[in-house]
Design a protein around this ligand. Sequence first.
Ligand code: ADP
Length: 636
Amino acid sequence: MSKKQFKAESKRLLDLMINSIYTNKEIFLREILSNASDAIDKLCYLGLTDDQVGLNRDDFKIEILVDKDARTITVRDNGIGMSMEEAENNLGVIAKSGSYQFKGEMESDKAEDISIIGQFGVGFYSAFMVADEVTVLTRKYGEAQGVQWVSSGADGYTVSPIEKESVGTDVIMHLKADSEEEIYGSYLEVWKIKALVKKYSDYVRWPIRMDVEHQERYETGEKNDDGSPKYDYRMVTENETLNSMIPIWQRSKNDVTDDDCIAWYKEKNRDRKDPCALVRVSAEGQVSYKAMLFVPGEQNENVFSGDNKGGITLYSNGVMIMEKCDKLLHEYFDFVKGVVDSPDLSLNISREILQHDRQLRIIGQNLEKRIKGELEKLLRDDKPKYEEFFRNFGNDLKVGVCDEYGRYKDFLRDLLLFYTSEEHMVTLKEYVENMPESQKSIYYATSASVKQAMNLPQCQEVRERGYEIICLTSPLDEMVLDALREQDGKSFCNVVTDDLGFETEEEKKAAEERDIENKELLDFVKDSVGEGLSKVRLSRKLSTQPCCLTTEGGLTLEMERYFRHGPSEEMRKLRATRVLELNPAHHSFEVLKAAFESDKDKAKRLSRVLYALAELSAGVDVEEPIEFVEAVAELF
Ligand code: ADP
């Protein structure tokens, strides 16, 4: 039988692991037990709709068998098993889709990279940390033939068909020889195995059983001199269940601390970071359920599964009925992970039924309120941590605000944060609370970055009045404000496009008259720049800057930039209506005016330069860079 090679990236990881980089070797048992438990989950689930399975809930179990002479420890389950193809695909490659990325991270071979392994479990392969040979005997439910898979580590594996009486899987680990650093033989000791199961696998929902020998006192049948019965001791073997089997979310808060839940979450999700929020619910009443939900601490693309989505696993009385239910919470809470267990949920639930399931809707609504409450608490108590959360998942909330014509906007609005400087974020409520009495609107500016938005010339006057400006950096941000419409009765005002509301009626009139007076010059500037420009006027917003670019109508420069990468030609061609504003109080205006009187060519060049400067300060690309450079050069 020829030996098959592991996929290249698996081999690398396997080498690292076998070569003892991973210090916490004992977790191998947890990983193998957890696979066994998952396999039973799958068959049990199948049994709900398939009478052929022929096993009741009580029949499922995981057994640990120890053979000291052969130096093997075996984990046996009566779960779903694997076909030949599955054994090859699942056991022949580490971590499937996530492995390439992982390999990339490992390439530099730095110590801190290697520590990544220590942070995650690595599933089945962890067996090789303690074993020099692993044999898997398995038979898939519904198949007549079994499969034997054998590997001694990095040099490959063999697979062959075998006869196997029962459905399920045996993972037989032949332990390495003891060395100075590690007494591998200790994993054959009952006390050690018991301790490991208690420590890591107590919450596994299926019984983990093992034959345990212990001393028993018994009556020998003989009598002592005083006539009392004689006792002696003998060894008896009893099949013990080592784990408590109550899933962690079923246990009361008195029994299980938040830290226990967090440790469970990190292990289950292979997440390095603590979650930033935890919601534990035990509800009785209209619908009874238990829930344990987590808001992850980072947007972690799981390097092993390639899966970065959250998702709620549904259980009914401890039986998993759906691994990832995406109908329980709205999409804006897609990042939430965890479990919901309710005896009121029907066991053979399908996706279609779920959508209309009343119980599920009630649970979903309640949980959303709890999640929101927990996030609000975080915002109140630990703003920097909330900001980190928002940088990770804020976009989901923003999309939620815009979704379904703003249907959820009021539920979500207090969870949104906006930059008012590069370092500082506020909620709209906070913004309004900080507004001086004289301020009538909520001012915002849009650009590619917070810094650019802050530096827009149009922001000057607003800031000089002591008003804060919200900086938007994506078209989504603009759509969010559009959907929200107002905050506490205050409307939003774009510093670039809207009337800032600072001018009195007289000032407005005077400004209009000034535009009329300079009409000839302004028209000349517009003609000099050419097609892209719709209007030129004298600015009422600028103080020290020579000019700025403003837009009119609904389409802003930011949206234009966004649509430039749009899917259709029509979208990509969309242009905002550009208005050039000149600062009549700036020296440049005097120079332009003088040139307009005496040297029309120079005035034309100056017009183009001013337009290009306005484009630059608005953070958009100069449309004719060469022309701009030439025009500036000619001024010398
Ligand atoms: P993970 O469990 O994270 O998917 P593993 O490396 O632990 O990664 O296992 C890989 C796959 O091998 C599992 O997803 C499962 O399909 C299969 N597998 C492992 N152990 C068993 C088992 N005892 N019974 C059935 N399938 C198993």
